[in-house]
Design a protein around this ligand. Sequence first.
Ligand code: HEM
Length: 226
Amino acid sequence: MSRKTRRALKVLVWGICLTPLALLLYRFWSDDLGANPISYVTNVLGDTTLRVLLASLAMTPLRLMFGISWQMSFRRLLGLFAFFYAVLHFTVWIAVDHFFAWPEMLADIRKRPYVTVGFTALVLLMPLAATSTTRMVKRLGGRNWQRLHRLVYVTGILAILHFLWLAKKGRQEPFYYAAVLALLLGVRLWDLARATVRRRRAAAERARPGRTIATAAAPVESCPES
Ligand code: HEM
């Protein structure tokens, strides 16, 4: 992909990710946030967090399923946008919903399972956002970084639980999001199983006695100078 196309796609991703915030600000400015503005703003920010989080989680399964990789360079950007919206969602809860009543908020986190789970999801996103730079990848080492960033799947599961727990009976959307996450996790697990089978086969192949002799003999037999 050319640099120009990549830049255009990056602008598009920024535009798509910032649109929900721009619409919220426009609705706020035109006094059109509905009968319960706090709930409306919290919900829009929560929905956006979940959508962007799932979009960031979809990048690797897309590569695995269709063999395309151009989208991989947007994974970090999408992850950071998910964190950005989660922080805004949380800030509205702290500053507007509870007006900095810390004891009340702590009691809420302890008492209400959907708040506990949402809070845990946000806390898990923090180390991921903090280690998203290239410098941090180098500092942690590729393997450790990858292991740490698998936490994003736990965050995804917690985010879905948060939504399932708070949604009123009969609401379908949390189940649609849960289905998307299950599909994405399914693709990753399928790939993991495939890689494990391949690794085991290769190990078994290496361990076969005949193969060891053939490998040892190969350079001598094939060396034109000897
Ligand atoms: C990764 C983190 C999070 C995600 C993905 C997330 C996602 C969501 C979603 C999808 C909704 C429902 C939107 C709707 O009904 O259409 C929601 C609502 C809500 N979230 Fe979160 N959330 C997160 C973290 C948090 C945190 C940290 C808190 C507070 C401690 C929180 C508090 C709430 C509350 C109170 C509502 C209900 C608002 C209302 O109905 O008035 N969430 N969130």
